[in-house]
Design a protein around this ligand. Structure first.
Ligand code: NAD
Length: 490
């Protein structure tokens, strides 16, 4: 396990800051320490990234960068099991989910290797103009130095979603992982180091948001800020970016609705609803945490949801058969139990869960909870819990379901389930969210755009949209006529 900062192709100790504890959420014990980077370290990292950009990386071909990305993917793949186990220890999630994440992260590097190659073909494409005296070509050029700040819920996967497209575009990177889960980002740096990625192309600065994240957002040498995290931090980052007119993309929170109509298959609904809210302990930005159920199916569906939720096995992520691990931290544990208390105080009916499981004396474990009919204006219905808490409300008509789903300041995702595919298409088209799942919830593909409307963010990651986050578009327009332009030379 690494504990230093990775700057300019070297492992270095923090300039002024000390070291931060890394805690295993299943035991609440400190098992490692990592460098607490500060403004000085961020400055070294940004300067290194700028030199790497100016001195070569920004001028490489897409085909060259594709080879580096594939080498990185191979290197991660060779340590896939160890990385998965490290993710479990750092984050708490069950091992099969960590394996899934690491596999997806590797796939993300391979996918963007493909897009880097395609970029060479797309370079200098002619653009037809309505005036024959001119010829125009379009270039896609790397944006420069990207500052990337990520959360703790999918530590390596969130790093991959940002680092892979940036490197594919020819941009260099300073990555600031979450202080709660810094370890696999450092392993990504170690993989880059082993394959000999040129110094400064990828820098990883661990540390607290205020001490390492904030200086990154304010550094004048950063051209692009890419952030995934909470809405309040996103707003701060947007203000910092505004001072310097930095390019920005934000992936923020959500409170996504799952609409189930009377004609849906009850058992299929149970499966997708539970997965949609309880995988990764509900610490999922796109979690479908607001369940809207049509009156006719509600009694049977809610009964089955409660029955199955009570069977979910909770325990340390390394234990075979466990579906729900601990929450990531004491702070997150207190926050989720606080939401449960507020829900009870507001008069919502707790149908199951919402407590520490009796058999687990240590670790940040919370039983998956279902609340029935929280008030429209209750905090539980409106705000993101980011934990294993499902809220259920009933509706009568399609129009009412759409209205209730859209009555949120968030707009990241939504799901709709019905046997009537014309209806699901109608509803999907009316939902104000960046992602709509039909007859399922949560499946995520690296090819498809990811991101939200309203307070859920600005811009899209993944797919070609993710690549274009790190590219500038340039037109080169040439006057090809042998006649004078004729403004004053008549
Ligand atoms: P957070 O905002 O507390 O922290 C995210 C990152 O920002 C961390 O690395 C943190 O150190 C850093 N940070 C904190 N303060 C900062 C500051 N002032 N300046 C710069 N950086 C700062 O969020 P979190 O608790 O780590 O993550 C949970 C949130 O992330 C949830 O709201 C969730 O919905 C969201 N999220 C969104 C997506 C998405 O794709 N839309 C994906 C995952 C998580």
């Amino acid at each position: 396990m690494r504990d230093q900062l990775y700057i300019n192709g070297e492992w270095v100790s923090p300039d002024l800051g000390g070291y931060l504890d890394v805690i295993d959420p299943a035991t609440e014990q400190v098992f490692h320490k990592v460098a607490a980077g500060t403004e000085e370290d961020v400055d070294h990292a940004v300067r290194a990234a700028r030199r790497a950009f100016d001195n070569g990386w920004g001028k490489t071909s897409g085909a060259e960068r594709a080879q580096w990305l594939e080498a990185l993917a191979d290197e991660l793949e060779s340590g896939q099991q160890a990385l998965s186990e490290l993710e479990v220890r750092d984050n708490g999630k069950p091992l099969p989910e960590a394996q899934w994440d690491i596999g997806d992260a590797i796939g993300c590097f391979r996918y963007y290797a493909g897009l880097a190659r395609e970029l060479d073909q797309q370079q200098d494409q002619p653009l037809a103009l309505p005036d024959e005296r001119f010829r125009c070509r379009i270039r896609h050029e790397p944006i420069g130095v990207a500052g990337q700040i990520i959360p703790w819920n999918y530590p390596l996967l969130m790093a991959a979603w940002k680092v892979a497209p940036a490197l594919a575009a020819g941009t260099t990177v300073v990555l600031k992982p979450s202080e709660l889960t810094p370890l696999t980002a450092l392993e990504l740096a170690a993989a880059a180091d082993r394959i000999g990625l040129p110094a400064g192309v990828l820098n990883v600065v661990t540390g607290l948001g205020a001490d390492a994240g904030s200086p990154l957002t304010e550094h004048p040498g950063v051209d692009k800020l890419a952030f995934t995290g909470s809405v309040p931090t996103g707003a701060k980052i947007m203000s910092a970016a505004a001072r310097d007119i930095k390019n920005i993309s934000l992936e923020l929170g959500g409170k996504s609705a799952f609409i189930v109509f009377d004609d849906a298959d009850v058992e299929a609904a149970v499966e997708w609803i539970l997965f949609g809210i309880f995988w990764n302990q509900g610490q999922v930005c796109s979690a479908t945490s607001r369940l809207l159920v049509q009156d006719g199916i509600a009694p049977r569906l809610i009964e089955r949801l409660v029955e199955e939720t009570r069977k979910i096995s909770i325990g340390p992520g390394m234990e075979p058969g466990v579906l729900l691990g601990p929450l990531v931290s004491q702070g997150q544990y207190d926050k989720v139990l606080g939401f449960v208390d507020q829900g009870l105080a507001s008069g919502a009916k707790l149908l199951t869960g919402g407590r520490r499981p009796a058999h687990l004396k240590e670790g940040y474990f919370v039983e998956p909870a279902i609340f029935d009919e929280p008030g429209h204006n209750s905090i539980l219905w409106r705000e993101e819990v980011f934990g294993p808490v499902l809220c259920v409300k009933r509706f009568k008509t399609e129009e009412q379901a759409v209205q209730m789903a859209n009555a949120s300041r968030f707009g990241l995702a939504a799901a709709v389930m019905s046997a009537d595919l014309q209806r699901t298409a109608r509803v999907a088209n009316q939902i104000r969210a960046g992602i709509v799942w039909v007859n399922c919830s949560q499946p995520t593909f690296v090819e498809a755009p990811w991101g939200g409307m309203k307070h859920s963010g600005i811009g899209r990651e993944l797919g070609e949209w993710g690549l274009h986050n790190y590219l500038e578009v340039k037109q080169v327009t040439e006057y090809v006529s042998d006649k004078a332009w004729g403004w004053y030379l008549k």
